[in-house]
Design a protein around this ligand. Structure first.
Ligand code: SF4
Length: 66
């Protein structure tokens, strides 16, 4: 089982909290919106990814499993 991050661009308001908490997988674009690495997360990053998901003030970020 792998986990990936997804961002809903409609709900995202560009706060940037996610990129601060998980710079290994999320960078900000020039307008301040996140670009999420579409690759499966390495196991060592999953805990940090969950923290980023929890910290998103608009619930725009989520983890998917496959
Ligand atoms: S924390 Fe949420 S609202 Fe802020 S940039 Fe990340 S996904 Fe968007």
């Amino acid at each position: 089982m792998t986990e990936k991050l997804l961002v809903n661009p409609i709900d995202c308001e560009g706060h940037g909290t996610c990129a601060e908490l998980l710079p290994e997988a999320i960078v900000m674009d020039e307008w301040g919106y996140p670009i999420v690495d579409p690759s499966p997360l390495s196991p060592s990053l999953v805990r940090h990814a969950r923290a980023a998901v929890s910290a998103c003030p608009t619930l725009a970020l989520r983890l998917t499993r496959s």
